[in-house]
Design a protein. Structure first.
Length: 388
């Protein structure tokens, strides 16, 4: 319990289940959306999912313009080019389609469409969210992966030139008006992408539960999200057509994004520079770093790690908290093996020489401020060293 006031808010309208994408026309009509910009990446176009959404849009009489210039780790240029396309098409709203990168880029274009300041001035670390108004155009979010949960999130994460880091812009006004959460769109997703995005969802839930702060509703959601991710991720990786596992992973991703409004932790502060400096996949990096940070946090979080072990359905009910905490960390390591993700950053080209620059950027990232154990730059460097 806390003696201070707490403010809780929960996400937007969500239409969940196989076939949810067929509600695109109804939701666009409800929002008064007639000329949307469809924001996605070339991978989503090449696999045919963009055309599937465009066909739904045409059937609903929408005059949809396509922008597919989103990088895997989106940069400021992607937002500015998307904004130009939005203006050229005289668009009146957005459809974000894809993983976290297109969804975040769509949110940033949405912001820039009505807000004139340079985007880096909306940085959450300088309280930039206070400058964001409600007059943003409507947005429909359609996720094609089960990872970031950006379809229900309030933030966008973009690499800006001025900061040279993954920069978080946070505002409730950035939350999409509706999320069409259709696990059918994730069927057949390649195993490596399934694993990486699923580890992102797991990390969001785990870090949210361990984060400092009082939010028992988010805590409960994070525990169930952890349970769903641990129970279903390996299944989804093994069989890309397993709709039940895919559905449960999409729900785990949504739950993780809801839960981490409470806060995240050192895993994300360590992972963000690996995207901007080494161009690593965010979710995969989270998964590799997670057991190392859990070990770092172990002494300060034994009771909560025990709760996570129970959520992971481990037989620890009668074990001391320390042993149960160790079992939770071990389960994460086993899960990495089960889904075929290397356990060390060196497998992705990260070298010891990169560590000083990475550790400096990790300390500039605000996520570690809610980590249950305080972090110094030397701690960040040591964690990178352990994960090599």
């Amino acid at each position: 319990m806390t003696n201070s006031l707490s403010t809780f808010s929960f996400p937007t309208r969500i239409i969940f289940g196989a076939g949810a994408v067929r509600k695109l026309g109804d939701e666009a009509n409800r929002l008064g959306l007639r000329r949307p910009l469809l924001v996605t990446d070339r991978g989503v176009v090449e696999c045919g999912l963009a055309e599937r959404v465009l066909a739904e849009a045409r059937g609903a009489g929408l005059g949809t313009r396509l922008f597919d210039g989103v990088c895997p780790n989106p940069v400021e240029r992607n937002v500015l080019e998307g904004l130009e396309s939005y203006r050229q098409g005289n668009c009146d709203g957005l459809i974000g389609l894809g993983g976290g990168s297109p969804l975040d880029t769509a949110k940033a274009i949405r912001l820039a469409a009505t807000h004139a300041l340079p985007l880096d001035q909306y940085d959450d670390q300088v309280n930039g969210g206070e400058k964001i108004r409600a007059d943003v155009p409507p947005m429909i979010a359609i996720a094609t992966t089960a990872g970031t949960g950006s379809e229900v999130g309030r933030s966008t994460v973009i690499i800006f030139k001025s900061t040279d880091r993954k920069t978080v812009i946070f505002s409730p006004y950035l939350m999409p008006n509706v999320a069409l959460a259709d696990p059918g769109l994730t069927l057949g997703m390649p195993p490596k992408i399934t694993a990486g995005t699923g580890l992102d969802a797991l990390t969001h839930n785990v870090e949210a539960y361990l984060a400092l702060g009082y939010h028992p509703m988010c805590d409960a959601i994070a525990l169930q999200g952890t349970r769903l991710a641990v129970r279903n991720l390996a299944r989804a990786v093994r069989d890309g057509r397993d709709l039940e596992a895919r559905s449960n992973m999409m729900m785990a991703a949504i739950m993780g994004a809801v839960a981490f409004q409470k806060g995240l932790g050192a895993v994300h502060s360590l992972a963000h520079p690996l995207s901007s400096i080494a161009n690593l996949h965010h979710g995969t990096t989270n998964g590799i770093l997670l057991p190392h940070v859990l070990e770092f946090n172990r002494a300060s979080s034994e009771g909560r790690l025990r709760d996570l072990a129970l959520a992971m359905e481990l037989d620890v009910a009668h074990q001391p908290a320390g042993e149960a905490a160790g079992a939770a960390i071990a389960r994460v390591r086993v899960l990495l093996e089960e889904v075929g993700i290397p356990s060390h950053l060196a497998a992705f080209g990260v070298t010891r020489e990169m560590i000083p620059a990475l550790a400096k950027k990790a300390m500039e990232d605000a996520c570690h401020q809610s980590n249950p154990r305080p972090c110094r730059e030397a701690d960040m460097a040591a964690l990178y060293e352990q994960a090599l």
